[in-house]
Ligand binder design. Structure first.
Ligand SMILES: [Zn+2]
Length: 239
């Protein structure tokens, strides 16, 4: 899959990128990206176990290089909710999920009290024993936005927190990460699914379809770099 992606990118980069990007760009209303960099055909759809609810901070929806929507479009049974802490607390779905004892809700957020999925000594028995497994809330936003969402939301702050330790640096070459351990939302979801499967909290999709998350992410980053360099070239040429 990666070699095909590289080939397509190579073809793509040979087009007149700078002139294309200088024009008014029609938008894909599925992935919310300019049509010329639409990612919809690069998605690998699959069902995830555990269930995922992706909470997207309002400011993150305005960032063209966000990854939460790509993850949501790939994971067919995921739910994407936009809102800050007060908005989330008013959402009846969140309240109902938080009280669901058949499927335990947890939030992916590293903190002193978080259950570390990478620590074999962590007792996960209350989560493993949930009749229908777990539902993980993943927050898409900056580190500071995510922390405020967890702290200020009455619903989220009461949920058990889980975390993992990224075993490789982020491939987010177009967005500076505040710490080496920070990864993009789509990379975090990929790692989360692997950890959950290892710890008996879920199952990986057939054919490792979740690896498509990293493939579409890599393609998005590559295209963004081509666009950025094309725009810089156009600017330099016009000066
Ligand atoms: Zn699209």
């Amino acid at each position: 899959m990666r070699s095909k992606t590289s080939q397509r990118l190579s073809d793509f980069s040979q087009t007149s990128m700078s002139s294309e990007f200088a024009r008014c760009r029609p938008t894909c209303f599925r992935c919310f990206r300019p049509r010329i960099t639409c990612m919809c055909r690069s998605l690998t759809p699959f069902q995830s176990d555990p269930e995922l609810v992706i909470l997207i901070h309002p400011r993150e929806t305005k960032r063209a290089i966000g990854t939460a929507r790509l993850a949501h479009l790939s994971i067919q049974n995921s739910v994407l909710i936009r809102g800050d802490a007060p908005m989330l607390d008013r959402d009846s779905r969140l309240r109902s999920w938080a009280e669901d004892t058949d499927r335990r809700s947890v939030v992916l957020f590293p903190g002193p009290g978080s259950l570390d999925l990478d620590d074999s000594g962590t007792d996960l028995s209350t989560l493993v024993s949930a009749p229908r497994g777990i539902r993980v809330f993943v927050i898409d936003g900056t580190w500071s936005e995510a922390r405020k969402m967890v702290q200020r939301s009455e619903v989220l702050s009461r949920m058990p927190q889980i975390m993992f330790r990224p075993d490789r640096p982020s491939n987010y070459r177009i967005r500076k990460q505040p710490k080496p351990v920070c990864v993009s939302t789509i990379e975090a979801i990929h790692a989360l699914l692997e950890r959950c499967a290892e710890r008996g909290l879920g199952r990986l999709p057939e054919g490792h379809a979740h690896d498509g998350l990293l493939d579409v992410f890599e393609r998005m980053v590559d295209l963004q770099i081509v666009c950025r360099d094309g725009a810089a070239f156009t600017k330099a040429a016009s000066e």
